[in-house]
Design a protein around this ligand. Structure first.
Ligand code: NAD
Length: 434
C-alpha cells in the first residue's frame, strides 16, 4: 500500500518504519528539514533500540523514504497517518495546532480519494475537527475519510510494541476506510477493535490516565509504608498476585514522566471539565505525582542535613530506561530542587548525555562513566532504572564516594545487599537503615 506518515518523531518514525518493513511503500514527512536530511543520511533523531538498523535497511531497500514536502507525500499515497506532536498548552489542554496544520496541508495537496488516519493523541472531537478542516481546504471533487487509530507504543520498546500490540483500535464511520486499515494491519495478526471515532479517541486517554493512576496509587501506598515501616515490595507482590490487579505499572518510585502520561492526564482533565464531568481520581493521581520529586529531595535533606555545598550524583537522566527522551523527566525536577538548595549536581546516563548537554548546559557536571560520577559524592541518587546500574561494582563505588549514601528512587537494589557493602541505602516505601 502507498502510505504517507506526517511527523517523524517517536510515533511517526516507528510507524513508518514498521509499515515499510511489512512491505508497504512509505514516505515519511517532517517540517524539520534537518531531521529529514539526517534520516536520509541514516542519522536517527532519537535513541530507540533496533531503530537504526530497521530504518537503514528499509530505506536502502527503497520501501521507506523521507521528505519535507507534505504535498509530494500526500499525492503519492492513499492512506495518510498524522503523527505530529500534541503538546500541552499552559492550561493543560492539548495544543492541536500541528494537527490542524497537517490537516490543511493534506487537504490542499489532495489529488484523489484519501484515508486520513489520526495517530496523534488527541482530545475527543478532534476527528471531526480534522474532517471540517479538510472539507474547507480540499479541491471539491475529491473525497476523504477520517479514521482514529491511537498509538500505544512505549519508548524503549517501540518497535516490539508496534509489531506486537495488545490491540489495534480502529475508530471509523466508513466501512471502506475501516477495511483499508484492517488490510494494512492484517500481517501483524493481532486483535483489532473497530469502533466509532469518538470512542477510539477516548480509549487512548482512558488507558493512559488509568495507568498513570495505578502508578500514583502504589506511590501513595509507598508513602504509607515508609511511615509504618512496611515494605512496599512485599505489598506489590501480594497485590500483583491477584490477576484482577496484576503487578504491571505497580512499581513504586519517583512517579511518571515522559511526553505522554503527564500531558494526557492533564488533557483528559481539561476535556472532562469542558463537558461538566468531574474527574477527581485523575486529579489526585497528578497531585501524588507532582509531589514525588519534592518528597525525594526532602528526604535527602533530612538524612544529609543542609544540601548547600554537598555534591549529589544522579544515575540516570532519561524519563525511563532504554530511551534518551528527557521530556518531563523526573531528573529535571530533581536537578532544579537540588540546585535551588545549593547542591552541586553531577549526572551520568547511558544514552541521554547528548540531549542533556543541550538542555542543561553548564548547570550540572556531566560524567562519562558511573564511577567517574560517584567520585567524591556526598550521596548518589538513582533516578532511572537502567539495567547498567543494577550491575555496578558496589565495592568500587563505595570506595570512590565521599560518604556511602545512596537514595534509590527506583528500588533497583535489595537493601540487604547494599547494607552488606556498607551503604546507607534509602529506597522508596521500604524500611530505612538503622
Ligand atoms: P515528537 O515530538 O517526537 O514528534 C513529532 C514530529 O512531528 C516532530 O518531528 C515535528 O517536527 C513533526 N511535525 C510537527 N508538525 C508537523 C507538520 N505539520 N508536518 C510534518 N511534521 C510535523 O512526538 P511523538 O512523541 O512522536 O508523539 C506524536 C503523537 O503521538 C503525540 O500526540 C503523542 O502524544 C502521541 N504518542 C506518543 C507516544 C510516545 O511514546 N512518544 C506514544 C503514543 C502516542
Amino acid at each position: 500500500m502507498q502510505i504517507a506518515v506526517i511527523g517523524t518523531g517517536y510515533v511517526g518514525l516507528v510507524t513508518a518504519t514498521v509499515f515499510a518493513d511489512l512491505g508497504n511503500d512509505v514516505i515519511a514527512v517532517d517540517v524539520n528539514e534537518e531531521k529529514v536530511r539526517g534520516l536520509k543520511a541514516g542519522k536517527m533523531p532519537f535513541y530507540e533500540p533496533g531503530m537504526e538498523e530497521m530504518v537503514t535497511r528499509n530505506h536502502a531497500d527503497g520501501r521507506l523514504d523521507f521528505t519535507s514536502d507534505t504535498a509530494e507525500a500526500v499525492q503519492r499515497s492513499e492512506v495518510i497517518f498524522i503523527c505530529v506532536d500534541t503538546p500541552p498548552k499552559a492550561d493543560g489542554s492539548s495544543d492541536l495546532s500541528h494537527v490542524e496544520a497537517a490537516a490543511k496541508a493534506i487537504a490542499r495537496a489532495m489529488n484523489g480519494p484519501k484515508v486520513v488516519v489520526n495517530k496523534s493523541t488527541v482530545p475527543v472531537g478532534t476527528g471531526d475537527l480534522v474532517g471540517r478542516i479538510i472539507e474547507a481546504h480540499k479541491p471539491p471533487q475529491y473525497t476523504f475519510e477520517v479514521v482514529s487509530n491511537p498509538e500505544f507504543l512505549r519508548e524503549g520498546s517501540a518497535i516490539a510494541d508496534s509489531l506486537h500490540p495488545d490491540r489495534i483500535i480502529i475508530g471509523a464511520s466508513n466501512p471502506q476506510a475501516t477495511m483499508k486499515l484492517i488490510e494494512l494491519y492484517a500481517p501483524l495478526e493481532r486483535q483489532m477493535l473497530i469502533c466509532d471515532v469518538a470512542s477510539a479517541e477516548i480509549i487512548k486517554y482512558a488507558s493512559n490516565s488509568f495507568l498513570a493512576t495505578k502508578i500514583s496509587f502504589i506511590n501513595a501506598i509507598a508513602n504509607l509504608c515508609e511511615k509504618v515501616g512496611a515494605d512496599v515490595g512485599q505489598v506489590v507482590k501480594g497485590m500483583g498476585a491477584d490477576r484482577r490487579i496484576s503487578a504491571e505499572f505497580l512499581s513504586p518510585g519517583l512517579g511518571f514522566g515522559g511526553s505522554c502520561f503527564p500531558k494526557d492526564t492533564l488533557s483528559i482533565l481539561r476535556v472532562s471539565e469542558k463537558y461538566g464531568c468531574k474527574f477527581g481520581i485523575v486529579e489526585a493521581a497528578l497531585e501524588v505525582n507532582q509531589a514525588r520529586a519534592q518528597l525525594f529531595v526532602a528526604r535527602m535533606e533530612r538524612i544529609l542535613g543542609s544540601l548547600t555545598g554537598k555534591t549529589i550524583g544522579l544515575l540516570g537522566l532519561s524519563f525511563k530506561p532504554d530511551t534518551d527522551d528527557l521530556r518531563e523527566a523526573k531528573s529535571l525536577e530533581i536537578i532544579e530542587l537540588l540546585l535551588a538548595r545549593g547542591a552541586t549536581v553531577r549526572a551520568y546516563d547511558p544514552v541521554a548525555m547528548e540531549k542533556a548537554k543541550d538542555l542543561l548546559g553548564g548547570k550540572i557536571t556531566l560524567c562519562d562513566t558511573p564511577y567517574q560520577l560517584v567520585e567524591g559524592c556526598d550521596a548518589v541518587a538513582i533516578i532511572t532504572e537502567w539495567n547498567e546500574f543494577k550491575q555496578l561494582n558496589l565495592e568500587r563505588m563505595h570506595a570512590l564516594m565521599k560518604q556511602p549514601v545512596v537514595f534509590d528512587g527506583r528500588n533497583i537494589y535489595p537493601p540487604e545487599r547494599m547494607a552488606k557493602f556498607g551503604f546507607k541505602y534509602y529506597s522508596v516505601g521500604r524500611p530505612e537503615p538503622a
